[in-house]
Design a protein around this ligand. Structure first.
Ligand code: PXG
Length: 288
């Protein structure tokens, strides 16, 4: 596998970063997970815009233009002959000393991995997931805005561990007021009386690229969509529920904390949205 690392295309065995990189020492950095479908990189510009916003929030100045990062992303896919897969684009604060101070890190590092990811099995999409609510709350945006896709994922990892301890593959994370924020690596939607409802990003969700694509699909299909505060009560009483994420795409949820949601099987609205999403990813995107 060929990795893009700080301006060079290197073999994965040579793709190494320093132990003094603050991305490693402190999780000081940002990243994107991006999909490529049939040679088209899905919503590359939106991903790079989110990367810029995340970096700006950390006062991490990107010394590359969006066009330069886009070109390196496409070239990494071409070099690996990757037409369908998952791209991990990472920017770290770079090498510094053993103190926190980011201003002592003169040069950020960038690397791009073009590979594959499979979070769930085919049967999870056909049967739907059983998820749980975990006690680990989504981090308060006054502490660290959840919209920042940073290299510090410990909040989500703690929740993921809790989910696994409970025998589930994904978990709902509530915000500190008890409203549903999102899942550990996915946004959440419910279907109620034919309408789609998803928590607003201000409730502690990442502004997911898949989420925004589903919002566009809802408009296209004429499905009413609302951003609203959700508690578990709304999920218990939902007709359908599904999660969205770059890796997971659109995955149905049929149980929460052992309670069946709706008919306890993937529902018609979820199917319509999923089919529209699958059509869209093949035609939308940046040709590499
Ligand atoms: N919320 C969080 C916290 C995420 O990390 C999403 C929502 C969905 O956003 P996109 O833009 O992908 O639609 C994410 C993205 C994993 C994994 O292994 C998940 C993400 C990133 C990297 C790895 O589950 N999720």
């Amino acid at each position: 596998m060929i990795i893009y690392l700080d301006g060079n295309y290197v073999d994965e065995a040579d793709a190494k970063v320093s132990v003094f990189d603050h991305g490693l020492l402190y999780g000081d950095g940002v990243f994107e997970g991006i999909r490529i479908y049939g040679g088209n990189i899905f919503r590359l510009d939106e991903h790079l815009e989110r990367l810029e916003y995340s970096a700006k929030a950390l006062m991490l100045k990107l010394p590359w233009s969006r066009a330069e990062i886009a070109a390196a992303t496409c070239e990494t896919c071409r070099k690996n002959k990757l037409a369908d897969g998952y791209i991990r684009l990472v920017v770290t604060r770079g090498v510094g000393d053993l103190g926190l101070s980011p201003w002592l890190c003169p040069k950020p590092s960038i690397f791009i991995i073009a590979s594959k990811i499979a979070l769930y099995l085919a049967e999870h999409y056909t049967a739907g997931l059983s998820i749980v609510t975990v006690a680990t709350r989504r981090i308060n945006s006054a502490a660290l805005p959840p919209a920042v896709k940073s290299l510090n994922y410990l909040n989500n990892i703690l929740a993921k561990i809790e989910a696994r301890q409970a025998g589930a593959l994904e978990a709902i994370m509530l915000n500190d007021q008890g409203y549903v924020a999102e899942c550990t690596g996915d946004n959440i939607f419910i279907v109620h009386k034919g309408a789609l409802i998803t928590p607003a990003a201000s409730q502690g969700a990442l502004k997911g690229i898949t989420r925004s694509s589903i919002i566009d699909i809802a408009k296209e299909l004429g499905i009413p969509l609302q951003e609203a505060d959700l508690t578990r009560y709304e999920i218990w009483n939902a007709d359908e529920c599904f999660l969205t994420g770059t890796a997971a795409e659109v995955i149905p949820v049929v149980k929460l904390d052992g309670r069946e949601i709706g008919a306890a099987k993937p529902g018609p609205v979820t199917h319509r949205v999923l089919e529209a999403f699958r059509r869209r990813v093949l035609v939308e995107g940046t040709r590499i």
